[in-house]
Write a protein that binds this ligand. Structure first.
Ligand code: MIG
Length: 754
């Protein structure tokens, strides 16, 4: 396409390359992040994922010999050839990633005629991939690549051999591995090879397609239906550095309020104040800790956003303040669609301000959602985001503590919005095809910024639809799963891949949203939920109720046990959130992230790390009371009994229904709090440290858990060192907040400790 390499120019960090038929640009963002840009549609499309200038001053050299341009940074060697082929090497010349020079080989497996017939019968014989895309990058496969990331895609941890689509999609049917797209589009993945690791981030919001060697095992490719060829090669000596570099670009999850890490109860089906009150009372009655109750769409008046159904939910503010007195926080759902309803203030304001998207003819576009005929805010414009942000105040004033953004793919009942519906990207007129995948992202940004202005607290926004970088504004959940064992199994790799795609604060609907939960499934799901960053039980109208007490005493006791365990571990989770804000490393991590040289970890779908030092191996199968666990290098201690296990081995462990195998690595120090019924019941005055055998060091973070005072220095950082004999030395690395009244240590030996 671009033809022969002619010459180049260097301007700061940009190398403009002049080819026979066009220009390309290579930008040195930092020594191990290189941007490759080929403006196809326009010079530069402002990134939604990356905010601010991420360039760091980097020493680099560029040299041109006849047919190759060579760029060297301290970390990478990049070679650029005719046709804008680009190859990436480590600084010492070992090949990491190279462009595939030949044509893709599409094997037609079905005739067009037969395809139509089969579709008529309901088969999905329409293969997604096209012969070529307006934007396409094809990379060679050496044979040993493993692929991780890509956000919330279904299936297993390692995506090698599969293909996916990026087009934010809400399909309430039970997801299977055959689903190509879910709610989120995060076109970032990590390639792990014997000889190195790197990431690729394709910053393009159009519908796109990723094939990890399914079409042909000689290459993997990315194709997009529009926009620029605009991608980042993300280096790093280890997988953790690639994740850190990716989140350096797209942002890390900011520290949340402490209560958001507690247990959340939700249901699409709490239809009145009475329903909610009963739920709130039951948690306290059964002494099961709970911090948050979610209000689904029924609280609204006729599903009109930013209204309150006073008939069923009492007068605005009454129920929220009653709940607050019992220690509950409230999260209210907000959909993007605004009811087409002249006379309803939100609709009227939007029309007056010209805030809604228009169809190709220029009329305000209407589709149907919950409230019936609905119009859609055009969040790509600053003034629309500002307006939407302001609207959050309505709920904040009623006493809401968090905003839950749903349906923002955007989902509509009369099929997807047509591609040509007019949207704006800032002042530039564009269309749905370009803005679809960033709709939820921009809505979350508007909500986050609105909450930020409305009160002096760390905003809590949960969103379903995302683009790369949404982690800066919102927590995410994985949407409408079902109460199926297959979905409990999928939850683990899905959360792990979300984590390494920047989404540290994520969770699944515990117990499953659609279909009917069983007592056993709920018990096993709560064991995963207790270690998931967002811990929320949620279910759909019409399904069996699944609050902890809905089944039998055993189920209640098991729920209580694991919810209490979560409350004990809150300081550990909070420390991980603090670490995440700084480094971008997720809370819940695939074992491979810290043990990438150990091939046994490459495909571990049924166990995970929480932080670097805790390994959780939940039972994910119906009826199973044993679990096969792989422990990577080192000595690991059973969290509950202190029993040591030598790593680099598989173990078959007993795991009856009321247990979940958890291990802690030698030398670990795990901080714990007393179990309260909710965060805020009493101040956490005592920190209890569990000291596992072996020498170790742990940094603990503490602040007020609510606002941004920590950014002005109001926090404490403690460094605890254990010498391996149970003695712990403490050093204050930073003191800016009231310290604990007591720090107690418990030396773990082989005995029952919990
Ligand atoms: O399914 O607001 O994923 O969590 O309860 C219809 C009702 C729309 C989808 C969300 C789900 C929520 C439900 N919503």
């Amino acid at each position: 396409m671009t033809g022969k390499l002619i010459s180049y120019e260097v301007n700061d960090s940009d190398i403009t390359i002049i080819f026979e038929y066009g220009k390309g640009c290579i930008r040195v963002v930092k020594e191990d992040i290189i941007r490759v840009l080929c403006p196809l549609e326009m010079q530069e499309i402002p990134s939604k994922a990356i905010e601010g200038d991420k360039r760091q001053k980097t020493e680099f050299t560029v040299e041109m010999e006849e047919t190759v341009l060579t760029l060297r940074t301290p970390a990478l060697l990049v070679k650029i050839y005719d046709e804008f082929f680009v190859d990436f090497y480590t600084a010492d010349g070992s090949m990491l990633c190279s462009d595939y020079r030949e044509k893709r080989v599409l094997i037609p497996r079905i005739s067009e005629r037969m395809k139509k017939l089969m579709q008529g019968e309901g088969h999905n014989a329409a293969m997604l991939m096209k012969e070529s895309y307006p934007v396409q990058v094809v990379k060679k496969m050496d044979g040993d690549e493993k692929f991780y990331g890509l956000g919330d895609k279904p299936g297993f941890l390692n995506k090698r051999g599969y293909d996916f689509e990026n087009w934010n999609t809400s399909d309430p049917h039970a997801q299977t591995e055959a689903f190509k797209a879910l709610y989120k589009s995060i076109p970032f993945f990590i390639t792990l090879k014997e000889k190195g690791v790197y990431g690729l981030f394709f910053d393009n919001s159009y519908k796109s397609y990723v094939d990890f060697g399914r079409e042909n095992s000689s290459y993997f490719f990315y194709g997009a239906e529009g926009g620029n060829l605009d991608y980042y090669f993300i280096g790093g000596k280890k997988m953790t550095e690639v994740v850190a570099n990716y989140t350096y670009l797209t942002g890390t999850t900011p520290l949340p309020q402490l209560w958001t890490l507690g247990y959340h109860q939700s249901r699409f089906g709490y239809e009145s104040a009475e329903d909610i009150r009963e739920v709130a009372e039951n948690f306290r009655k059964y002494q099961v800790p709970c911090n948050v109750i979610h209000f689904d769409i029924d609280y609204m008046d006729g599903f009109r956003v930013f209204t309150w159904n006073a008939e069923n939910f009492e007068k605005p503010g009454a129920l929220t303040s009653e709940l607050e007195k019992k220690g509950y926080r409230t999260v209210t759902i907000v959909d993007p669609g605004v009811k087409f309803d002249p006379g309803y203030s939100v609709y009227d304001e939007g029309i007056a301000g010209d805030f809604f998207v228009r169809d190709a003819n220029g009329d305000v576009y209407i589709n149907t959602v919950w409230s019936g005929e609905t119009v859609f805010p055009d969040y790509g414009r600053q003034k629309v985001r500002d307006w939407w942000g302001e609207k959050q105040k309505y709920l904040v004033d009623i006493g809401t503590d968090g905003i839950w953004n749903d349906m923002n793919e955007p989902r509509s009942f009369r099929s997807d919005l047509p591609d040509d519906v007019q949207f704006y990207d800032g002042d530039r007129k564009t269309n749905h095809a370009e803005m679809h995948n960033v709709y939820g992202h921009l809505m979350s940004k508007a909500s986050y910024e609105g909450l930020m202005r409305a009160e002096e607290k760390r905003p809590f926004v949960i969103t379903r639809a995302c683009y790369a970088g949404t982690q800066k504004y919102a927590t995410v959940w994985t949407g409408d799963n079902h109460s199926l064992w297959a979905h409990l199994q999928m939850a683990v790799p899905q959360l792990l891949n979300l984590g390494i795609s920047g989404f540290s604060f994520a969770g699944t609907d515990v117990g499953g949203f659609g279909s009917d939960c069983t007592p056993e499934l709920l018990c096993r799901w709560v064991q995963v939920g207790a270690f998931s960053p967002l811990f929320r039980n949620h279910s759909s109208k019409g399904t069996i109720r699944q609050e902890p007490w809905q089944f039998d005493e055993e189920t209640l006791a098991i729920n209580k046990k694991f919810i209490e365990l979560r409350y004990r571990l809150l300081p550990y989770f909070y420390d991980l959130c603090h670490e995440c804000e700084e480094t971008g490393l997720p809370i819940m991590r695939p074992v491979v992230l810290h043990y990438e040289d150990d091939r046994e970890t490459w495909n571990l779908n049924g166990e995970f790390l929480v932080g670097e030092h805790m390994l959780v191996a939940p039972v994910l199968e119906q009826g199973a009371v044993k679990k096969t666990v792989y422990l990577p290098a080192g000595v690991w201690y059973d969290f509950f009994t202190g029993k040591p296990y030598e790593g680099r081995q598989y173990y078959l462990l007993d795991a009856p229904l009321d247990t979940c195998p958890v291990f802690v690595k030698e030398g670990s120090i795990i901080p714990t709090y007393e179990v309260l019924q909710y965060v805020g019941e009493r101040p956490y005055d005592t920190l209890k440290l569990l000291i596992f055998p072996g020498e170790g060091c742990y940094v603990h973070y503490q602040d007020n858990g609510i606002d941004f005072a920590y950014r002005k220095g109001e926090y404490n950082l403690y460094e605890f060192r254990s010498d391996g004999t149970g003695t712990v030395r403490t050093e204050m690395l930073h003191e800016g907040y009231r310290t604990y009244k007591a720090v107690e240590t418990i030396a773990i030996t082989e005995q029952d400790i919990l």
